[in-house]
Design a protein around this ligand. Structure first.
Ligand code: AOF
Ligand code: ZN
Length: 341
């Protein structure tokens, strides 16, 4: 199952909104096939695993055990049902890490296998498998994307200078790490001041992978057309009070004035099948998510060798359990999880 999880991760950044899934076929103690879900809309892990078995080993398939990091699907989506494929290949035993909470699959995959007389074992490395696909599970179970808050702060807890000028706080190695986080996210959002003064591109540059959908809050459409986000050919959505337009690279989503912006945003992202969101700043936007307890994970980067004495204060996390921490040179990276979610 560890090998399944390793394989699954090779799909990171390429399969969303689908989950990352890995599968391994074992004859006695020898792996005779392995595969993973490589790209959204293409073959599932089980299909690639079975197809990888060498010609001379094909007769061993009905004598082998299939390990898969997610319950095999039972529905006709962009591909056929994996549970049916397993039955057709007469695989006698299947070991699964966790169930698929997508409502068309949830439990039906396991039931289909059991009905065909296949021995099914569930829950092997379940915690790890649930964590690997935290974005997918949150989306299906909470009907909203997995939300990661991310910011970098000086050792004296500022995120920008008083005049909002750009502050390079984290080092280039940390930036590779955060760009990897971007490559694995479906969308990224910043507030108006951050777009205006920090002028971020919000692209993936220091790591291979796809750019997330960029979302900018600009209620009165007051941001300059010369800002970086207006200049590239990358899907972008401007949340605003004035205009609705759904064609081209830069689209406009009109907010209403009565519901909260985070609530409207969650609904919009769910409808667009966006299963993860990074909130990158500034303080005001981050704090509004914190105050609503509307977040799953927070990545806080503190450069211990950098102090400004004054500036725009960093957000303050009121809840959250420290889940992981490590240093990259003088940057301390802390990852908190919101246990209230
Ligand atoms: C599996 N193995 O490798 C994956 C599964 O549109 P489709 O046909 O690609 O189906 C997508 C759904 O299938 C997705 O929402 C999830 O429930 C499941 N993903 N299932 O058996 C896989 N990626
Ligand atoms: Zn499948």
């Amino acid at each position: 199952m560890n090998r399944c999880l390793q394989l699954a991760q090779l799909g990171a950044g390429y399969v969303a909104p689908n989950p990352m899934v890995g599968a391994v076929l074992l004859y006695n103690d020898t792996i005779i096939g392995e595969g993973y879900h490589q790209k959204y809309g293409e073959a599932h892990a089980e299909v690639n695993c079975i197809n990888s078995v060498a010609e001379e080993h094909k007769q061993l398939i009905p004598l082998s055990k299939l390990y898969v990091s997610l319950e095999p699907c039972a529905h006709y989506g962009k591909t056929g049902p994996c549970a049916h494929l397993i039955v057709q290949h007469k695989i006698p035993e299947v070991v699964i890490a966790c169930r698929d909470s997508f409502e068309k699959v949830n439990g039906h995959g396991v039931q289909h296998l059991k009905d065909a007389g296949i021995k099914v074992t569930e829950g092997v490395l379940e915690k790890e498998a649930l964590d690997l696909n935290k974005r997918f599970f949150t989306f299906h179970e909470k009907k909203r994307p997995y939300i990661i808050l991310k910011w970098a702060q000086t050792n004296d807890l500022f995120i920008a200078n008083t005049g909002f000028e750009k502050l390079a706080i984290s080092n280039e190695y940390t930036n590779r790490f955060t760009h990897r986080l971007r490559a694995e996210a479906a969308a990224i959002i910043v507030g108006t001041n951050t777009a205006r003064y920090d002028n971020p591109s919000l692209t993936v540059r220091n790591w291979p992978g796809k750019n997330p959908l960029r979302i900018i809050i600009d209620k009165q459409l007051s941001l300059s057309p010369n800002l970086a986000f207006n200049k590239q050919d990358i899907s972008t959505v401007i949340l605003n009070f004035l205009r609705e337009e759904h064609s081209g690279n830069i689209q406009f989503f009109k907010l209403n004035e009565k519901d909260s912006i985070p609530d409207q945003l969650m609904k919009f992202l769910f409808e667009k099948n966006i299963n993860s969101l990074i909130v990158e700043g500034g303080t005001q936007l981050l704090q509004s998510f914190i105050d609503l307890a509307l977040w799953d994970e927070a990545m806080v980067i503190t450069n211990s060798k950098f102090e400004t004495g004054t500036g725009i204060s960093a957000p303050v996390l009121t809840e959250g359990k420290l889940f992981q921490h490590f240093n990259i040179l003088s940057d301390r990276i802390e990852i908190f999880k919101n246990l209230k979610q």
